[in-house]
Design a protein around this ligand. Structure first.
Ligand code: ADP
Ligand code: MG
Length: 292
């Protein structure tokens, strides 16, 4: 008899596949985190790529939005410039729906809306428009309801440019919370108060629920006494907002983008990959506390 097996003996196909977060929990609006710091070279893009990959590895459905005209997140995830048919420029210019700019990456459950250099001209083009600061938020709103047959993202990470310009303001206006990478160097805290002031004014004028999700210390070098001092200073200044996880300086992390791969794919066992996996777990934990 074909149907002899009892329901207990006949596992459903979806039990055999890695569960998607959206299948475990009822569909909720994606959590939107803006990775922001107006300083360049502090680890924003590296964090967007590798935190995104780590969240996807844990079962989340992740979309990275590349909001830096340099397009480093897109390149670092192996998206060739020729394959950026629709970009975040087209989305913010109002010419393309965000869905149509999303391309899959080689990492399961991780997609990206890539950027191109056109994005650097956007501010001049839309600077006078009334909705200029809300373009990304408006573009994201259709993602909050999952259409049949389309991926329902559980996390959106926005990789911001190294500036407090209109692009970063768009990211802050669209986000639930901000994630700030700080490099373990002497001037780590320099500029932080300016960043926090910008967050305050976006909260007042555009996005009343905006919070600081957390501060992640990056490029920590245990051989350098200064790194330890910076960690102590930042923890004293920002208290529990600083994640427990610290990202070490690790050459594998800096090599991975030239292969178009996240470090978790390039070398899963290296200290950088392990740290980004810990950070993802910590972020999910903090999310549970924030959303409880
Ligand atoms: P941002 O996006 O803030 O400008 P990036 O993420 O591009 O910063 O990082 C700046 C540089 O530092 C890049 O060359 C990157 O590969 C390198 N880098 C970032 N994080 C690490 C790390 N943990 N260990 C070693 N190099 C890193
Ligand atoms: Mg960057």
């Amino acid at each position: 008899m074909i149907n002899a097996a009892s329901p207990e003996q006949a596992p459903r196909a979806d039990v055999l596949t890695l569960p998607r977060a959206a299948q475990i929990a009822p569909a909720r609006a994606p959590r939107v985190l803006a990775v922001a710091n107006q300083k360049g070279g502090v680890g924003k893009t590296t964090t967007a790529i590798n935190l995104g990959t780590a969240l996807a590895a844990i079962g989340e459905d992740v979309l990275i939005i590349d909001l830096d005209p340099q397009g480093n997140a897109s390149t670092g995830l192996g998206i060739d410039r020729r394959n950026r048919k629709h970009s975040t420029y087209d989305v913010l210019a109002g010419e393309t729906a965000l869905r149509d700019a999303v391309v899959p990456t080689a990492v399961p459950r991780l997609a990206i809306a890539p950027s191109t250099l056109d994005l650097s001209g956007l501010e001049l083009e839309i600077g006078q428009a009334r909705d200029r600061a809300l373009r990304l938020r408006n573009a994201l709103s259709p993602l909050k309801t999952s259409a049949a047959g389309q991926t329902h993202f559980t996390y959106v990470l926005i990789d911001c440019p190294p500036s407090l310009n209109l692009l970063t303001v768009n990211a802050m206006a669209a986000a639930n919370a901000i994630l700030v990478p700080l490099q373990c160097e002497f001037f780590a805290l320099e500029g932080l108060s300016q960043l926090l002031k910008t967050v305050d004014s976006v909260r007042e004028q555009l996005n009343p629920d905006l919070t600081i999700h957390g501060i992640v210390l990056t490029m920590y070098d245990s051989r350098n006494n200064l790194s330890g001092q910076v960690v102590a200073d930042v923890r004293q200044f920002m208290g529990p907002k600083v994640y427990d996880t610290i990202i070490p300086r690790n050459v594998r992390v800096s090599e991975a983008p030239s292969y178009g791969k996240p470090v978790l794919v390039y070398d899963l066992k290296c200290s950088g990959s392990e740290a980004y996996l810990r950070l993802a777990t910590e972020i999910i934990q903090r999310e549970k506390e924030l959303c409880a």
